[in-house]
Design a protein around this ligand. Sequence first.
Ligand SMILES: Cc1ncc(COP(=O)(O)O)c(C=O)c1O
Length: 383
Amino acid sequence: MSWQVPLADVRFGSEEVEAVSGVLRSGWLSQGPMVEQFEAEFATLVGVPYALATANGTAALHLACLALDLGPGDEVLCPSLTFVASANAVCYTGARPVFVDIQGPGNLNMSVADVAAKITERSRAIMVVHYGGFPAPMDELISLAHRNNLRIIEDCAHAPGGGYESPSGRKKLGALGDFGCFSFFANKNLTTGEGGMVVTHDPQWAKRLRWARSHGMTSLTWDRHRGHAFTYDVVSQGYNYRLDEMRAALGLVQLSKLEQFNARRRQITGWYREELEGLTSLALPFLNELDNSACHLFPIILAPQVDRHLFMQHLAAHGVQTSIHYPPVHRFGYYQQLWPAGFDHRLPYTEEVAAREVTLPLFHTMTDTQVEIVVAAVRQFFR
Ligand SMILES: Cc1ncc(COP(=O)(O)O)c(C=O)c1O
């Protein structure tokens, strides 16, 4: 289907093409100098000492779970209104995600009260997802985590460049918890096609992440190529979760443009809000938040009497692609099978929002005309 306004779109400049071509011409394709530079610049952006590039965002989340030594018998508090990868990464270790409700239709981030209510002696960590790039309530979550000896993994797949006003000053999302995990999937604010990054403040965790990312090995092919090592030991369980040089080169160019990309996303978000706020048949979550958001998604919540399917069909007929973020994880067949009904399936706000949410197109190359097309199609549906 060719959309007049797709949900997301990627357009690269000649800088990206040149950067990737440069790697191809160099003849060194696997993790090497580009990855090192990408990691260093990403660490600077987030304001952390350690950043490790990964094959994708799910690998970054899995590595964080591994660094915490999560395993069978452990529980991780996790929103259900997220992409399934947040919960899957926990399950890979044998630990179990305990699903937590969102705050409500006005704020789709996890409810601190529900996290507190679901802490048990088996709880080890909180998986905090910054939904749509809008910061979760980190101060409250961090103090809850400290009081209960829990670790925090920030799932920042939607939030590269997003910020947070904390009592100790403005920080970047990903720098507040014990780990920050990012995705560079094709529809993300910064993309390398597939790719990710895990960041941390802790040198010991950084070491464990590094080992687990590459088979538990103590040196890389790149180290041996440079004569920095002749052999290696295998010191932990490990995976092949490395990023390659082409993607790192692409990521470096994208990173240099991220602030500009996010500024355009914020501008479009502000504009959408001005145009849609008056409509009584829908509500706009996160209405008072803009400056700190990476504005990855533009979610709207339809009034209960509105037929979502018809609404989405109407927009599609006008060439506008929409989506749903998200079908809640606790409702998926696999998860129901793992933990049959009766267990932590009481997530009233998640259920309500999941039934009424629609995501409108948002991407940094979206033209003013494309925004107008979306707004006009939405308005026409409600007339
Ligand atoms: C909230 C969230 N977490 C994790 C991921 C996983 O990232 P990736 O697709 O790079 O593995 C995504 C990606 O779509 C996401 O939206």
